[in-house]
Design a protein around this ligand. Structure first.
Ligand code: 2AM
Length: 475
């Protein structure tokens, strides 16, 4: 065992932790590792001979093996395990040491931990890490939040292990406190939206009678164009996979019951708290919920009436282009909403989030990596104060030219009884946002009628409030 101090330490040697360690080590850093169950540490170090790894049997030994300020990343399950590890670490650390939580923690937990460590003279980084196991090994997108002073210390390690796109590392200091984990949460909400939108496109093609192989071909073709993204690519590849036993496409054999771990729901709750519309992401989360109620749906499918969505095949020649446009436009709406939520929270919390920069570090490493993120970065670079992404010239133009197909797809699905909750929620957002007048005049009348809530008038200055003596209703 060498006596050299390590540049970086990692606690929690599950697959993500192991892969991150191997990534950091491969960039020339010496890494100390610790796991609650010591045999895991021993096995891991033994499995990688000749690497700059130090396996510590005790937490004390682990801490002592690190150069100061210590940089310790925790990769354990989000929640109580993170607190348990921090509690054990606290008495062993010294001023200015840095503790990084690289799990999917709720940003409010990160804010609490940030304050707790700061009170001990320590620095805490809540870092969103996206890209799954493969990303952790080869280059994830990293969203670190915490004291600004940590960035210079962590930068060499973070930048060398992150994914690179056009020579730029997919990492930046996101902001103070819980900002990093917050942005990771929004990333996951957007991921829910992207996935559901792709599933709706697939659902339309299925109803039009296309086979998994035919649909795969469409997605893989789209992957060469505007829609280029990791999720489109893996969708195409997944649709091509044949089950060895039955010879059928694997996707056709998978039960239509989606799981979720909760980051989508966190995003919805945060949007509700801040009165920001994220109807596309909302539809995506709710689509998973409804899918999970499989047995109820089976019963209802025999009881509730509706058209059989089978005639779509008749529209097939134009359908592929129309669905492409519906997907592209809806995706823009989904990102518009996610960005609007980040903007609102940034203002509320004083985080000063760089939305263009965030889109830029999502271009590589993470699940939502996509060509079109570069367009979002350009839009914010051109106009830092951009109120709504749809108003940026590039996106405005895409929405204008996509909307014919988008409307036809939604209309067709609705008349055929085929659910497209995220396509239609996106379109409703677009049409609502671009409406100079909405029927909220009547809503205000209703509120004033039953609750004397008063209203403003179009023929009087804003801020003047009126009440009408509405007729009494006799039941
Ligand atoms: P283990 O091997 O001892 O179970 C994913 O579960 C990783 O988090 C594993 O490395 C696991 O260690 C670790 N982990 C889970 N809960 C923990 C806790 N309360 N304290 C320390 N490590 C924990």
């Amino acid at each position: 065992m060498s006596t050299a101090l390590s540049d970086f330490g990692l606690i929690g040697l599950a697959v993500m932790g192991q892969n991150l360690v191997l990534n950091v080590e491969s960039r020339g850093f010496r890494v100390s590792v610790y796991n609650r169950t010591p045999a895991v540490t021993e096995d891991f170090v033994a499995a990688h001979p000749g690497k700059r790894l130090h396996g510590a049997a005790t937490l004390e030994g682990f801490v002592q093996s690190l150069a100061r300020p210590r940089k310790i990343q925790i990769m354990v399950k989000a929640g109580a395990a993170v607190d348990a590890v921090i509690t054990q670490l606290l008495p062993l650390l010294e001023r200015d040491d840095i503790v990084i939580d690289g799990g999917n923690s709720l940003y409010t937990d990160t804010e609490r931990r940030d304050a707790e460590l700061a009170a001990h003279g320590l620095r805490f980084i809540g870092a969103g890490v996206s890209g799954g196991e493969e990303g952790a090994r080869k280059g994830p997108s990293i969203m670190p939040g915490g004291p600004a002073s940590t960035w210079d210390v962590m930068r060499p390690i973070f930048e060398s292990i992150a994914a690179q796109v056009d020579g730029e590392p997919c990492v930046m200091h996101i902001g103070p406190g819980g900002a990093g984990h917050y942005v990771k949460m929004i990333h996951n909400g957007i991921e829910y939206g992207d996935m559901q939108l792709i599933c709706e496109a697939y659902s339309i093609f299925r109803a039009a009678g296309m086979s998994a192989a035919e649909i795969a071909e469409v997605f893989l073709r789209w992957n060469d164009g505007d829609l280029q993204s990791y999720l489109i690519e893996i969708t195409g590849r997944a649709l091509q996979q044949i089950d060895a036993e039955t010879g059928q496409p694997v996707v056709d054999l998978i039960l239509d019951k989606a799981g979720q771990k909760g980051t989508g729901q966190w995003t919805l709750m945060n949007a509700a708290e801040n009165a920001v519309v994220i109807s596309t992401i909302n539809a995506a989360v709710e689509a998973r919920v409804l899918s999970s109620q499989k047995s109820e749906r089976v019963v209802a499918s025999r009881l509730l009436q509706g058209p059989e969505p089978a005639l779509l095949g008749a529209y097939r020649p134009q359908l592929v282009k129309q669905v492409h446009d519906a997907l592209y436009a809806s995706k823009i709406i989904s990102y518009t909403q996610g960005l609007a939520l980040m903007r609102t929270m940034s203002e509320k919390k004083g985080w000063a989030l760089d939305l263009g920069g965030i889109a830029s570090i999502w271009r590589g490493g993470c699940i939502i990596r996509a060509r079109f993120l570069g367009r979002i970065t350009e839009a914010y670079r051109a106009d830092q104060g951009l109120q709504n992404l749809m108003l940026a010239p590039f996106f405005n133009e895409v929405l204008a030219r996509s909307q014919q197909g988008w409307r036809e797809v939604v209309a067709l699905a609705v008349t055929q009884g085929l659910p497209v909750p995220a396509f239609s929620a996106s379109l409703a957002y677009y049409d609502s946002y671009r409406s100079e007048r909405l029927p909220a005049n009547l809503l205000q009348a209703q509120r004033d009628f039953f609750g004397a809530h008063t209203y403003e008038r179009i023929d009087r200055p804003a801020g003047q409030w009126f009440h009408t003596a509405w007729p009494e209703v006799i039941d």
